[in-house]
Design a protein around this ligand. Structure first.
Ligand SMILES: NC(=O)c1ccc[n+]([C@@H]2O[C@H](COP(=O)([O-])OP(=O)(O)OC[C@H]3O[C@@H](n4cnc5c(N)ncnc54)[C@H](O)[C@@H]3O)[C@@H](O)[C@H]2O)c1
Length: 323
């Protein structure tokens, strides 16, 4: 593995998914650079690597057209995780979402072509499917993004594909479905699992938007990291787009019940609020393509993943779980 690629850049590497990817890459023997502006990520997520010679942290912005080419020069592969990651936030601030998620990606793609990067792996999102009615969602479906966030993730994906077609950049897009696990920052823009766990820890009932019958495909962060490693090394990944999920469907009501049982908080009955703008009703993935071409095989059941997450919270301080 290390023969073809030795230096890797992870954008957004101080964030939730990026920092787990950094851990794995360093463990596998790669030299890793991170660019992160710490708008959502935390230095603490990668602080355990700061003394290593093969780890380099750059506090900077992916939109910086002077800095990014300097950082990408000499890099073999780029994992592009940095983004403004939230549907509600994108509804509040669509222009900033576009700048970071689209222009930032374009800046990285251009620098990657100029630096002859050998592999560019892009963190896309299930949100690109939007309200497409077919379930499970498969990669050939017509895309109908319904939030500024989803549009920005799709626009960036289209740029990635254009750079593969036009400049021959060796790309791969991974559409993650609702990723959860340790280190996701808790705040108004967090994923539902992180919000539910934190509310339950504070003895607050789960807050459910809509009737709770909406479904999601919850994917443990280590399965996402594994998919990225496969996307780095498999030739069959080149120029392709893959769903990265578990292929199972869980309602938000089921999720709340499962977490309450694991955390022994069944006395806190969920409270319901109006559905949020831009949220889709159902989302779960067909992962056949990733299984066939990448040999991707998700390992973590929702129950086991939630149990692991709850144990992580029990061992973490308040400072580690909030921004
Ligand atoms: N978490 C999920 O469920 C999920 C689902 C689908 C897709 N994704 C995608 O996965 C990627 C990682 O998401 P995450 O959940 O780890 O989010 P995150 O917010 O924890 O990580 C994103 C990181 O990018 C950094 N960042 C933001 N803007 C930046 C900028 N302009 N320059 C440099 N760094 C910047 C943030 O500080 C943060 O550390 C994102 O591209 C997201 O769209 C995530």
């Amino acid at each position: 593995m290390q023969q073809s690629y030795s230096k890797i850049l992870v954008t957004g590497g101080a964030g939730f998914i990026g920092s787990h990817l950094v851990d794995r890459l360093l463990k596998e023997g790669f030299a890793v650079s991170v660019i992160d502006n710490l708008s959502a990520g935390r230095r603490g997520n990668v602080a355990h690597h700061h003394d290593r010679k093969d780890f380099h942290f750059i506090e900077g912005d992916i939109r910086d057209t002077t800095l990014v080419p300097k950082i990408v020069a000499g890099v073999d592969a780029v994992f592009h995780e940095a983004a403004l990651v939230s549907v509600p936030r994108s509804v509040e601030n669509p222009l900033l979402t576009n700048e970071v998620n689209v222009s930032g990606t374009l800046n990285l793609l251009k620098a990657s072509v100029d630096a002859h990067v050998k592999r560019f792996v892009y963190a896309s999102s299930s949100s690109v499917y939007g309200e497409a009615e077919t379930l499970p969602k498969h990669e050939k479906l017509a895309l109908q993004p319904i939030s500024p966030y989803a549009v920005s993730k799709l626009a960036a994906e289209n740029y990635v594909e254009a750079f593969h077609a036009v400049y021959g950049l060796n790309t791969c897009c991974l559409r993650y479905f609702n990723v959860y696990g340790p280190r996701q920052t808790y705040g108004p823009y967090s994923g539902v699992i992180t919000i539910f766990v934190n509310r339950l820890l504070d003895n607050e009932a789960p807050l459910i938007y809509g009737d709770g019958k909406q479904t999601r495909d919850f994917t443990y962060v280590q399965d996402v990291v594994e998919a990225n490693m496969l996307a780095l090394t498999k030739q069959s990944a080149t120029g392709e787009v893959f769903n990265i999920a578990t292929g199972t469907q869980t309602t938000i009501n089921q999720l709340a019940t499962m977490l309450q049982q694991i955390m022994d908080k069944t006395n806190l009955k969920p409270v319901y609020a109006a559905p949020r703008l831009g949220d889709i009703k159902h989302s779960y993935a067909d992962v056949t393509k990733a299984k066939d071409l990448l040999q991707y095989n998700p390992q973590m059941s929702l129950k086991d993943g939630l149990t692991k997450l709850v144990k992580w919270y029990a061992a973490s301080s308040q400072a580690q779980r909030t921004l």
